[in-house]
Design a protein around this ligand. Structure first.
Ligand code: HAM
Length: 436
């Protein structure tokens, strides 16, 4: 091993977060946390490793079979590194069913792993804001989840023309397939998988797969026409469908809340995950270079029941990833100009012949003012070199005190960007205005 030079690159599809990247991530997750708490959502967390079975049960073949990192532990248990949070939160809710008060409003910001081909908007590790309401069956909760998604974008400074919420309903979708393709629920499930892959495989392969499932060219054409229908026109295709009634109810409520401007019915939204049963939605950036969904979510009626038989606690929520969010913020110029420089950060420089403790006391006084400060602890003792370091390391101010200043009870405060210097009495360092 001694002569081997290992790669400095992170594992494919993962990212290092150097302090600058971390500043950005903390900024947007800070805004999101603040807004979610304002909407009375409580934060929870869970483990990185879960039994593989919880994904096999309901997440669907693509996620559980192809995209999950899994292994057997030394005790022979089949484990997965979490590819999503929803099964974990359903397990946690099921674990304390008797103690929790419903409706439950929870959020979490876990990192997730999926074995995907890294590309713009999709990586192998991402952080995902998960927002869910458990135990609220009416479509008011679906509306609230969608309006919360919109509210998060608003908290980040997004304008209404920068994104669109695309909405469909799984029950309605299945009913339309059954009705237009003359099939049963099992057949509709197979057809919906083919439709879900439509964008990825191209038109020719799509038609071939549909015909293999017994869907005629005429039926395909009828299905095609649904994509351009309004929600009212589409609902009229299956007037007795519970899903159609849910869709109409949801759209009417969104209208009353002034959200219809950013929402549209989209028959193409199916969602790859098997557990969704009702409303499904995705949020897209309107900018063409960011074509991957930013949010995905919907209603799932029986996930908690996987863990506690006969329990009926419905859930509705969404996941919102940091990769697409960052592309969105950069494209629409929403990252504040002063994000990396906004707060004062002070370096107390040192001269030979003055004790370290004297400088440490100055730093403590400056911190009393709530201003970030530290004492230089490198090997240089030349003021020019120390100031050079301060500038490169992102300090906004430098405080210097030589023997004469010490005797006079004063320091010099340099504003590094404005290249201005002022003299300040030591007791006045506790005033944050000194570092404006
Ligand atoms: P999902 O659609 O798989 O849903 O993911 C939600 C969001 O996470 C996506 O819209 C995207 O922003 C982000 N995302 C997903 N995979 C990747 C990836 N490989 N790289 C970067 N970002 C990604 C779920 O995971 C559901 N469990 C969400 C949910 C919560 N449904 C109800 N509650």
């Amino acid at each position: 091993m001694a002569n081997i030079e290992l790669s400095t690159q992170p594992y494919k599809g993962t990212r290092d977060f150097y302090p600058r990247e971390m500043t950005l991530r903390n900024w947007f997750f800070g805004k999101i946390r603040e807004r979610l708490q304002l909407c009375c959502f409580e934060e929870y967390g869970g483990p990185m490793l879960e039994s593989l079975d919880i994904y096999i049960a309901k997440s669907g073949e693509e996620l559980a079979g192809e995209q999950t990192y899994n292994f057997e532990d030394r005790g022979g248990r089949r484990l997965a590194v979490r590819p999503e949070m929803t099964p974990t939160v359903a397990r946690m809710v099921a674990g304390k069913l008797g103690e929790l008060s419903f409706p439950l409003r929870w959020f979490s910001i876990p990192n997730l792993y999926r074995y995907e081909r890294p590309q713009r908007g999709r990586l192998r590790e991402h952080w995902q804001v998960n927002v869910d309401i458990f135990g609220a069956d009416g479509f008011e909760a679906d509306t609230e989840v969608i309006s919360t998604a919109v509210s998060l974008l608003d908290a980040l400074g997004a304008k209404k023309d920068m994104y669109r919420v695309h909405i469909n309903n799984r029950r309605f979708f299945n009913d339309v397939i059954c009705s237009l393709c003359g099939t049963d629920a099992e057949g509709a499930k197979k057809i919906s998988k083919v439709i879900d892959r439509k964008g990825k495989v191209g038109r020719e392969a799509y038609e071939k797969d549909m015909i293999a499932l017994g869907v005629s060219a005429d039926m395909i054409a009828k299905l095609d026409s649904v994509y351009s229908m309004s929600v009212t026109e589409a609902a009229a295709l299956c007037p007795d469908s519970q899903g159609a009634a849910e869709l109409l109810g949801l759209f009417s409520m969104l209208d009353k809340l002034g959200l219809s401007e950013v929402c549209e019915f989209d028959f193409g939204i199916i969602r790859g995950l098997d557990y969704y049963t009702g409303t499904v939605f995705e949020v897209f950036d309107t900018s063409p270079e960011n074509n991957r969904a930013m949010f995905g979510g919907g209603r799932y009626d029986n996930l908690v029941g996987l863990f506690v038989k006969n329990a009926h606690v419905s859930g509705v929520g969404f996941g919102f990833g940091d990769v697409t969010l960052e592309n969105f913020l950069v494209t629409h110029n929403l990252i504040p100009d002063d994000l990396y420089t906004g707060r004062a950060k002070v370096l107390v420089t040192r001269f030979d012949g003055i004790d370290y403790e004297t400088y440490a006391d100055l730093a403590a006084k400056i911190r009393e003012a709530g201003v970030a400060c530290t004492v230089y602890n490198g090997q240089q003792r030349k003021i020019g070199k120390e100031l050079d370091y301060a500038g490169k390391a992102g300090f906004t101010h430098a405080v210097t005190m030589g023997t004469d200043e010490k005797a006079a009870g004063i320091v010099k405060v340099k504003n590094l960007s404005r290249r201005e210097e002022k003299t300040v009495a030591v007791p006045d360092l506790a005033d944050p205005k000194v570092f404006d």
